[in-house]
Design a protein around this ligand. Structure first.
Ligand code: NDP
Length: 339
């Protein structure tokens, strides 16, 4: 186990000049649902103190409350604006429960149209209490809106000084390339980063589908669910633990995946490697994700400070993860992965 904290490593976000900590912190599920204002502030402060400089958020997380909590904590912590990077993401819109009137919210939900994007960013800026957002993502592709309209809107958001960089999340390689080529043709700000799921059980998109994009367009990656929502900590081997994400109603769609017997057996095998390397299962899985040189930043999720500290211990495991160890890990999980 890691006792003296290993210094943070920083990586360029693809071909851009922006440097992100190799491990960053995200707020999905945890902020507002599991952590209140004091908990969020503590979590941000602890991460920052360990060198984390990137904090991931989205308009839709806790219906805007996640941004509000992050904004409040950042204001209270008084960090220098040069020392942290904040992101948000757009697609689903706010207030899915009710539109507040007789009209369905046709232009503010499940869309990447220009009207929604330009307005949504203003809402995030207010909730985050920031003058600009470092990184804005199109949270999902929108097959109904021309990609050209979305690319122009993202370009204009940057030109207006509301954001610095833009990217995509869970877009196909073809969609990313199409957006990049439109931007190239019209001399617009290009998408520089994608945010895909990447973990030992979810590898195909990052390793195969996007393979040509890294050299062709200089794509960076900030990856999500590196622990497959907790499955890769080993804690679902004997059922759903009390208080875990697998128990939350809001995350019920994850439960079957978390308790999948074959994947949990693979995790059982991985535990032997964790013992060999004298680290926890979570640290092993996180170090594996960070060992892919295409990954600019591994976005951590943590519902407690103890989890955050444990997970940042993956930095010490990273140098021990040679090609032989990685190959064994991939062999153990491959039959139940999408690779
Ligand atoms: P993980 O796969 O790492 O899951 C994190 C969860 O696993 C924690 O909240 C905690 O849940 C549990 N956990 C973490 N560490 C430990 C540990 N050491 N021991 C035991 N349990 C642990 O990441 P997330 O799924 O949270 O994704 C990370 C971030 O990525 C999000 O916060 C968000 O910012 C981003 N994201 C982006 C998406 C997108 O579409 N672009 C989609 C999803 C996430 P608990 O304690 O409650 O069991």
């Amino acid at each position: 186990m890691d006792h003296v904290p290993t210094p943070m490593v920083y990586r360029r976000m693809g071909r851009s000049g922006l440097q992100l900590s190799a491990f960053s912190l995200g707020s999905w599920v945890t902020f507002h649902n599991q952590l209140g204002a004091a908990g969020v502030r503590e979590m941000l402060a602890a991460a920052f103190d360990r060198g984390v400089n990137f904090f991931d958020n989205a308009e839709a997380y806790a219906d805007g409350q996640s941004e509000t909590l992050m904004g409040q904590a950042i204001a209270e912590l008084g960090w220098d604006r040069l020392d942290f990077v904040v992101s948000s993401k757009y697609y689903w819109g706010l207030g899915r429960g009710s539109s507040g009137g007789a009209q369905p919210r046709v232009n503010g939900r499940d869309t990447l149209n220009r009207k929604y994007l330009l307005q949504a960013v203003e809402g995030s800026l207010r909730r985050l209490r920031l003058d600009y957002i470092d990184l804005v993502y199109c949270h999902r592709p929108d097959p109904e809106t021309p990609i050209e309209e979305t690319v122009w809107a993202m370009h204009d958001i940057i030109e207006r000084g509301r954001a610095l960089y833009w990217g995509t999340s869970e877009w196909s390689a073809d969609e990313i390339r199409a957006a990049w080529e439109i931007a190239e043709r019209h001399h617009l700000h290009k998408p520089v980063v994608e945010q895909p799921q990447y973990n030992l059980f979810h590898r195909r998109r990052v390793e195969r589908e996007y393979a040509r994009l890294y050299a062709d367009v200089g794509l960076g990656l900030t990856i999500w669910s590196p622990l497959a929502s907790g499955l890769l900590t080993g804690k679902y081997r004997h059922g759903v633990p009390l208080g875990s994400r697998g128990e939350q109603a809001a995350a019920s769609f994850l439960r079957d995946g978390l308790t999948d017997a074959r994947r949990n057996q693979a995790v059982e095998m991985l535990l032997h490697i964790a013992v060999e390397l004298d680290c926890s299962m979570a640290q092993l899985a996180l170090a594996w994700a960070a060992s892919n040189p295409r990954v600019s930043s591994v976005i951590l999720g943590a519902s407690t400070l103890a989890q955050l500290h444990e997970n940042l211990g993956a930095l010490a495991v990273l140098p021990r993860l040679d090609a032989g160890v990685r190959a064994r890990m991939e062999e153990m999980t491959a039959p139940w992965a999408d690779a």
